[in-house]
Design a protein around this ligand. Sequence first.
Ligand code: MN
Length: 436
Amino acid sequence: MLNDTHQASLRSWVDSANDADCEFPIQNLPYGAFRKKGSCDNHQIGVAIGEQILPVASLLGLTDLSAIAREAAAACDSPTLNRLMALGPSHWSVLRQALSQGLRQGSPHQALLAPSLVPTTEAEFAVPAQIGDFTDMYTSLDHALNVGRLFRPDNPLMPNFKWLPCGYHARVSSIGVSGQRFLRPKGQVMPAGESAPIVTATRRLDYELELAIWIGTGNPLGEPIGLDQASQHVFGLGLLNDWSARDIQAWEYQPLGPLLSKNFATTVSPWVVTMEALKPFLSAWHRESADPQPVPYLESTLNRERGAIDIGLEAWLHTAAMAGEGKPPHRLSKTNFRHNYWTIAQMVAHHTINGCNLCVGDLIGSGTQSGPGPGESGALIELTQGGKRPVTLPGGEERTFLADGDTVILRARAERAGFRSIGFGDCAGTVLPARG
Ligand code: MN
């Protein structure tokens, strides 16, 4: 399952990739769509290595590249990942091997590749794929319990939660890449004790700490993806902030789910960490014996043995005042994706059990990730208990929900003894004042 690209001892001739705390060592090799900052160039696909980006199509200059690697590298001469995604997992794996060979210390290709490197500080990014459809899930038990207790104290968990990975169709047009700045949304809010709603800028703007699940290859309409085939359809993972207006959500969400409380902005990280890079961090998935056991299409030995992934997740807040005073961001939450009630394979299998066709470049949000302990909640509504207990920041500021000028930064890192740890890069977004 693992190969030489995962070896902890591998080092790159790009020096910054060998720093112990580097997010992008040669074992990672995540893909993103980038161009030179401030240019009018088309975006192209690059791979992050240390503090540099290698345009993947620069591999085409190597004379000893295999036909499959050449086809995969040529597919990266494109503003989105869709062409590479469509080639499928054997091409993805061959391309990873070629990049690893080309970038490792002692590679005969260093002289040819080095002039193509672009420092990350001189690059700007786009959403990495052309997304056809976006589904956001609701699959963390701790999140569902924490939020359910606030919205429905007598009935926090819906009866379907432990039987299927819940989700809803979300909005593509307002998805932006890290660095996204968006206006505080307005909408209908029902004040407590009133009989008619008011129209207002949201007073309860929140973030949601989620993973972005990028679908590589899809399935024909009418042909479900089996649980044990599901991971082969996933190209990789990034970070996703599902910004949420809780007051708008509370009034609109029944009976058909969230709409305007979510569809004004969603931010994704620029880098997509491939499923192959994450293989060392796969772990056993467990379902408590007192809970309902999965129905057959959501149950398999493979899913039990390595359906979960050990990925540390964090959300940080940088207020305008903190930024103005040169102070660093403050960490609001820290959790791990291994706590999730459903695996990624179960989400994909469930999404297609009715024959729904996933397509190249589709995006699935994992749902807000919360763990069982205090400080492990992936949204302010949980951390502040519905706005009742403000969070105090190091400079003395308080927050129940987000203020104008706030920047939320999501981060992730996969670690396991005996392996090089890999990071995801920042997923940052900033709240601007509502339109007047
Ligand atoms: Mn969400």
